[in-house]
Structures are given as structure tokens and as C-alpha cells.
Design a protein. Sequence first.
Length: 281
Amino acid sequence: MAKILIIGYGDIGSALAKVLLEDGHQVSAIKRTEQIKASPVEIIQLDVSQATEVDACKFDIDQIVYILSPSGRGISGYQAVFEQGVDHVLSACKKQCPHVAFTFVSSTRVYGQQQGEWLDEMSPTEPTDQRGQILLAAENKFLAFNNKTTLVRFSGIYGRSNYFLNQLKAGEAIQKEPLYYTNRIHREDCIAVLRFIMNKKINGEAMTGVYLATDDEPATRWQVACYLADIYGVDGPKPLVLDETAKANKRLQNKRLTEAGYEFKYKSYQQGYRATIDEQA
């Protein structure tokens, strides 16, 4: 059994807490806002962007998962979570538990490539937007803290909303040319990947460094849109044709994660979306 603290008790964090409890671990969680519903874990209400609140918290734990999301879309929200928040948590841990094992949930936003390149954990991280730059700086702070840090870069998470489907229903045009690649991971695999990594580390196995968490099948937005239209029985997407110099995004590989032993529940968007529609039925 390990003492685990989850910083960020949202959709993924609360689901992760549940499975870690099932594994026999002692789990607590930090949440910005008051927890209204009953929770099986100890909830600590504090704002990590406030140094005095973090300094007052006791960090007597073995592992920490940092899985906070910004409270808003603005740059200040990113800075609060991934600059001030990270600095305050690392400062407190340096004093109280310098050997704690961190798992930091990052994003593939740290990659700036936009021409359909195939990327892995060794690919250059040169984000072109400020949010990506803030995330990359946070990653480097965690890696510098100690040699027990794991970074998990999730691609686009699906399985918890119908955002893309709603775009189709609204008749929004979808980029068809040039090809625009997308990468995704099902919500259930997000939770399972974190559980897999943390239990590996608890058992003394080497799971430090960087891992890309994305399914086996990058696909174009047009491919995914056509598939969704077909299985949900809505009108096909309207094609958007742009200049050949338009961005094409990137394609991501998960080889390091799968070679470590992780097996995806949903290896492709077809499997994941089909499971979602079956559940709704």
C-alpha cells in the first residue's frame, strides 16, 4: 500500500482515486472548490496558486499525481496552475518529502510541429503558443525535482462529451484538404494509464521520464467526422478546403508506453466511439 495524493480532483482525478483505492492504496486529494458530494477519499480544499495555503498542507505521502486543469481559458489560468501552483507544490515538497515520486499530467501541446510529422517522446519540444511554453517549463521543473518523476503527455481526451459530434450536428465545415491529423485517447484509457504507471512505480519498476499516452491510430479530422456521422446517423460533414500551406497538425506514437506493458482498451477511435454509442443505447 502506498500513500497517494492526487492534486486535482476533477473528472479524471476522481476516477483515478477510485481505482487506486480498489488497489488498496491510501488516497487523498486536493481540490480548489468545496466538495459537495460524499467522497471515498480525504479531500483537502486549497488553491495551489496561493503559497500560504500550500505551505500549510502536510505532504506525508509516497506519490503525488499533479492533474490540475486551469480554471479558465486565459493565460492567467494556465499560469496559476502550471507556474505558481507547480512552484508552490515543489517548494513545499522539497521541505517535507524531497523523495516523493511525482506523476505530472501534461499535454501534447508541448510539441509545435504542424506538418503531419510522426512524433515520439524523443521528438523536439518547441511549442509555438504560450500555453505550450508554460506546460513545457512546468515539465522541466518536475524533471529537475528528483529522479522519480514521470511525465504523461495525453493527446485529445474523448469519451466524456459529444463536442465533435455537436459540431457535426451544427453543420460546421470540417477540414478535408489538406489532411489535418488528430490524436486521441479514451477517458477510460487515461485513467488506466495513470493507474498502470503508478502501480509500476510502487512495485519498484522504472517508469520515470516521459510517456506519450495516445491510442494506436492517428486519423484525420475528416475520417473521424465521416465515421461519427455514419454511426450516429447524422448528415455527413461539409468539406472545408484550405490553402495547401494550412496546418496539418502531427501524428503521435505510443510505442514507449506499450513496450512497458500497457494494453489499450480502445486502440482506435472506431472502438472508442462505438463503445460510447453502445453505452448510450
